[in-house]
Design a binder for this molecule. Structure first.
Ligand code: GUN
Length: 296
């Protein structure tokens, strides 16, 4: 293997330490405790695991964590009323509604009812628009985490060719906008892209976010490129299952200059960036300086 393996787990720990240090300062100097409210509707097991992790890490960073667990038959009116209450609560600086919502609830309507200043997921249409026009936004957590890893690896990304594979609203599109903001030349590739291997071979930076296990092969990678693997796919492996990314790690690591593994790559950065966004939202709400190195 020739590539540097980017340790997302260790990097996420440094982000959490910076968040905790900023939280401690806010408490001491301003008497403010940043607060994150997480709303979970229904019993989706994966969502329950995420929400538990978010709660634990929020508390460990010294912030207030408010959890609202509701049954799957919650009405849209009840959910909108809860969000209105959280929008008005000065102790709550960040609001996250765990997705997916049960099918009778309109996710777009619900997300767009969150105060954009408290939208720590960066999913509200105003934040999408602010990011797309290069203005100060709340930035979705996973792409923000990828950007932090890329900046740590390269410093300036200016002029680099970046290929983002995947066009989701949660990762692909905001990632492309962030990379444009760093003055990369950006291509968004997807399932209909012609000659995907040929497109990826042009990239100095590859961000794979398609949800297809080990799709990106080593011979698609330009020698020395940086590969960021956002995929988390559970696949059968002998008698058991294994977690793999969207990149065939073994072959890609022979060619890339640097690569994130799965697990312990991008994954841990998502919650670390959620904490970072909560502190940022708190500082903005109070007109205080934003934490350095924790924003886009
Ligand atoms: N479900 C899976 N990932 C996420 C996320 O980043 N934010 C929200 N709100 N729901 C999710």
């Amino acid at each position: 293997m020739t590539a540097t393996v980017i340790d997302g787990q260790a990097f996420a720990a440094t982000v959490r330490e910076k968040v905790a240090a900023h939280v401690a300062r806010l408490k001491e100097e301003n008497g403010i405790t940043p607060g994150l409210a997480v709303v979970l509707v229904g019993e989706d097991p994966a969502s329950q695991v995420y929400v538990r992790s978010k709660h634990k890490q929020t508390v460990e960073a010294g912030m207030a964590s408010f959890e609202f667990k509701r049954d799957a038959d919650l009405t849209e009116a009840e959910l909108l009323a809860l969000i209105a209450k959280l929008n008005a609560d000065p102790k709550v600086h960040g609001i996250l509604v765990q997705l997916p919502l049960p099918p009778h609830l309109d996710s777009d309507l619900v997300i767009n009812s969150i105060d954009p200043a408290k939208d720590v997921d960066g999913f509200h249409i105003s934040n999408v628009g602010l990011l797309g026009t290069g203005q100060k936004a709340m930035v979705p957590c996973t792409p923000l985490g990828c950007l932090m890893l890329l900046r740590a690896q390269h410093g300036s990304l200016s002029g680099m060719n970046a290929v983002v594979i995947g066009r989701s609203n949660i990762v692909g599109k905001p990632m492309a906008n962030l990379l444009l903001g760093e003055s990369c030349t950006v291509t968004i590739a997807h399932s209909r892209t012609r000659d995907l291997p040929g497109v990826v071979r042009q990239a100095d930076i590859v961000v794979a976010a398609v949800g297809r296990p080990e799709m990106v092969k080593g011979d698609w990678i330009k020698p020395g490129a940086t590969v960021i693997d956002v995929g988390i796919n559970r696949v059968p492996r002998g008698e058991k299952t294994a977690l793999v990314g969207d990149v065939d790690f073994a072959s890609a690591a022979e060619v890339a200059g640097a690569i994130t593994p799965v697990p312990r790559g991008v994954g841990p950065m998502t919650i670390a960036c959620l904490l970072a966004n909560t502190v940022t939202a708190c500082c903005r709400a109070h007109g205080l300086p934003e934490p350095e190195g924790l924003t886009a």
